[in-house]
Structures are given as C-alpha cells and as structure tokens.
Design a protein around this ligand. Structure first.
Ligand SMILES: Cc1cc2nc3c(=O)[nH]c(=O)nc-3n(C[C@H](O)[C@H](O)[C@H](O)COP(=O)(O)O)c2cc1C
Length: 143
C-alpha cells in the first residue's frame, strides 16, 4: 500500500432513482478493486436510498476519488461530513467494506436514519458524532 499521510473523507449522498441490487453490486465491486490498487480502504453503507461512504488513504488519492465519485450520475447531493487527516484506518476486512441494508441491525438503521435527518436539517455539520456511528461498523461482517 502507498505510504504517506492518511486522509479520511466521509460523505453522504442520495441515490438517483431506484438503484437495483445489480447496480449496487457493480458499484462496490468496482470500488473494491480500484480502491485496493490505490491503497484506499473504508466502508460503504446503503440504506433507504442513501449512501454513506468512508474513504481512507493517501490524501491525493482520496480527494481525487471523491471528485470522480461526485460526478457519478447514479447519485446526487454529495455532502462531505468529514475531510481531514486521520491517525489510523478505521476498517479492516476488504478494501471497501460494503454493508447492505439487510445486514444492518435495528440500532444501526436507527443511527443511520438519525444522521440522515440531521444532515437534511443542518447540512454538513449535523452535530452528530460520526466516530460513534463508525465504531459500530468497526467489526465488519461480510456482505
Ligand atoms: C455512491 C458511490 C460510491 C462510489 N465509490 C467508489 C469508490 O470507492 N471507488 C471507485 O473507484 N469508484 C467508486 N464509485 C464509482 C465512481 O463514481 C466511478 O464510476 C468509477 O470510479 C469509474 O470512474 P471512471 O469512469 O471515471 O473511471 C462510486 C460510485 C457511487 C455512486
């Protein structure tokens, strides 16, 4: 994996139209392969039409990836919730861990909905501690 300072970006976005399961699979399989090559790891959640993605890796790599992702017409309203240096990677497992809606626990669904509502109401500074939410996903289970 490329060395250098670690950078973390967390964003939320809204799927355009209804994303079929195959499309979702395509997005995350592509993400997994491309991110592994770029030394980028993280988490992707999709629940009720909303994405939450964490990207961790070399600063140049994650910022240019975010710009590519922003241009993707399969989603819109990309809101960056965090972007800055990170001490360590938050997730093990594969490069891009994907947790589908059916694997979310009731508590995780609630936390996700709370975050989505806070972002809708208050934008990029929703006043919710993301580290709590992400800690819940630290022990990644296979999709
Ligand atoms: C919600 C969402 C998350 C994505 N995450 C990644 C990702 O982590 N890594 C990646 O390479 N592509 C990701 N993509 C796909 C990119 O937007 C883009 O389609 C892909 O990188 C191919 O870009 P290119 O056609 O410019 O090469 C994501 C797309 C969406 C809609």
């Amino acid at each position: 994996m490329p060395s250098g300072a670690l950078h973390r970006i967390i964003y939320m976005s809204t799927a355009v139209g209804v994303l079929r399961a195959e499309e979702l699979d395509r997005i995350y399989l592509r993400a997994q392969a491309a991110n592994a090559r770029a030394g980028i790891t993280g988490l992707m959640l999709f629940y009720e039409g909303v994405f939450l993605q964490v990207l961790e890796g070399p600063a140049a790599g994650v910022t240019s990836l975010l710009e590519r992702i922003r241009r993707d017409r399969r989603h819109s309203s990309v809101i960056v919730l965090e972007s800055g240096p990170a001490d360590e990677r938050s997730f093990g497992g594969s490069a891009m861990n994907f947790v589908s809606a059916r694997k979310l626990s009731p508590g995780e669904k609630q936390a996700f909905s709370d975050l989505r509502m806070a972002v809708t109401a208050r934008g990029a500074s929703p006043g919710i501690d993301l580290s709590d939410l992400l800690a819940a996903f630290g022990a990644i289970r296979p999709a």
